[in-house]
Design a protein around this ligand. Structure first.
Ligand code: NDP
Ligand code: OXD
Length: 311
């Protein structure tokens, strides 16, 4: 069998890790590093965060595009050549990092950390009642690879957990809701709401005044999906009214935000710069090696993006 060829187009520092993993563990796959000046590539496989613009010309034999991200909203999925399958990143290390972040964010909101940080800045010493996790309901929007793992970890910590997804799910110890019509029933009890949805036409702007208004007064928000899920003006209004008491945001509609973005210095918002999780180069390289070998063996690829749903 001839060697498969994978074209890598991304950050060169991570690329060095990919080259090492392929050299040591995949002599059956040639890793070619993309260069803007190179002639069209013969590769059947491409791994990229942003693929080259004219894919049909620059990688004419492409069969599978591996996205370096779990989310694929930045790719014009409907404009990919029809015969190319798009595979998104699903990797246990990426999932673990996301679970860590969600636990951290939910615990911070559960234990009033944004309020204590503000108190400290103002020289105040004000103890608040300590609530038990079992008495706190956390809702997770999106019960896919990441949302399910986060919901299970929150459940295991003792929170009362509910989850919401497009299709019905059954997760032990998690009260599951499915479909837009169940959204109010899901939301009314969520004292902390975690967004782990993919950004699609159906979910863009979903977290708006109506959703914030359907939560219990003083609820907390954790957004680790995409900034486009939140109508930021509605979130600011909900923070100002106290309907949302605090938010942990890892993603914003525009990244990086403008220096005068009102969420950037909001006293009840904790922001991180889109680092809730990451595609770790060594483990993601191994996922791609496994997938290429499956494909070459004629087995169906896993984690293929459904072009109709766009996730
Ligand atoms: P999955 O595709 O595995 O899961 C998506 C979940 O969302 C599924 O449960 C799906 O329902 C649900 N969903 C999709 N559309 C709707 C809808 N219209 N209404 C209700 N539920 C819906 O994705 P992952 O869990 O792997 O990733 C989720 C997102 O996390 C990514 O798309 C990305 O945006 C974000 N992310 C953020 C990172 C960060 O660092 N901040 C890092 C990695 C990912 P169903 O199961 O029924 O299809
Ligand atoms: C992803 C991300 O989607 O890092 O993988 O946001």
């Amino acid at each position: 069998m001839t060697r498969a060829m994978l074209l890598y187009k991304s950050d060169p520092v991570r690329g060095a890790v990919w080259e090492r993993v392929f050299r040591e563990e995949a002599p059956d796959i040639a890793l070619e590093v993309w260069s803007p000046d190179a002639p069209p590539s013969d590769a059947a496989y491409l791994v990229a965060w942003i693929p080259p613009e004219d894919l049909a010309r620059s990688v004419p034999k492409l069969e599978v595009l591996f996205s370096l991200g779990a989310g694929v909203d930045h790719l014009a999925v409907d404009r990919l050549p029809p015969r190319v399958q798009l595979v998104r990143m699903v990797d246990p290390d990426l999932t673990r990092s996301m679970v860590e972040y969600v636990l951290y964010a939910v615990l911070a909101l559960h234990r009033d950390i944004p309020a204590y940080l503000a108190d400290q800045r103002n020289g105040r010493w004000v103890p608040r009642p300590v609530r038990r996790g079992a008495d706190r309901t956390v809702g997770v929007m999106g019960l896919g690879v990441l949302g399910r793992a986060a919901a299970e970890a929150l459940r295991d910590l003792g929170f009362s957990v509910r989850g919401w997804s497009a299709s019905e799910k059954s997760i032990p110890g998690v009260t599951c809701f499915a479909g837009l019509e169940t959204l109010p029933e899901f939301l009314w009890a969520c004292e902390i709401l975690v967004c782990l949805l993919p950004l699609t036409d159906a979910t863009r702007g979903l977290l708006d005044a109506e959703v914030f208004g359907a939560l219990p007064a003083g609820a907390g928000l954790v957004n680790v999906g995409r900034g486009g899920h939140v109508v930021e003006a509605d979130l600011l209004a909900a923070l100002d009214s106290g309907q949302v008491s605090a938010a942990m945001l890892d993603v914003l509609a525009t990244e990086p935000p403008a220096p005068d973005h009102p969420l950037l210095r909001h006293p009840r918002v904790m922001l991180t710069p889109h680092v809730a999780s990451a595609t770790h180069p060594d483990s993601s390289a191994r996922q791609v090696i496994r997938a290429i070998r499956r494909h070459r063996d004629g087995l169906p690829l896993e984690n293929v993006v459904d072009r109709r749903r766009a996730y």
